[in-house]
Design a protein around this ligand. Structure first.
Ligand code: ZN
Length: 108
């Protein structure tokens, strides 16, 4: 299936590569077409903001930027680490994502 990521918005993921390797955070946004995700607290970049009506002083704002989705793995709360996922059928026959190690389901 093209344009489909192994992680999606709201997932907790572990960063496995790059300068934030080892960090965990929630996926704030996912862009399947670009194969990129934004992870809470990861790949923060400083942006200088100009003074505006709402922010008369202006200043520096930190904001997460997109990172490659291949650099993150879903975090399994049971295994306490980033894991590979398997696609399994739940009792209703729906395909859900599960941890390959312990079977913990990521989708409900
Ligand atoms: Zn697991």
């Amino acid at each position: 299936m093209a344009n489909k990521l192994h992680v999606k918005k709201g997932d907790t993921v572990v960063v496995i590569a790059g300068k934030d390797a080892g960090a965990t955070g929630k996926v704030l946004a996912a862009s399947p077409s670009k194969g990129k995700v934004v992870v809470e607290g990861v790949a923060k970049v400083k942006r200088h903001t100009k003074p505006s009506k709402n922010d008369p002083q202006g200043g520096i704002m930190e904001k997460e930027s997109f990172i490659d989705a291949s650099n993150v793995m879903p975090y399994c709360p049971k295994c306490k680490k980033g894991v590979r996922i398997a696609h399994v059928a739940d009792k209703n026959g729906k395909t859900v994502r599960a941890c390959v190690k312990c079977g913990n389901k990521f989708d409900k």
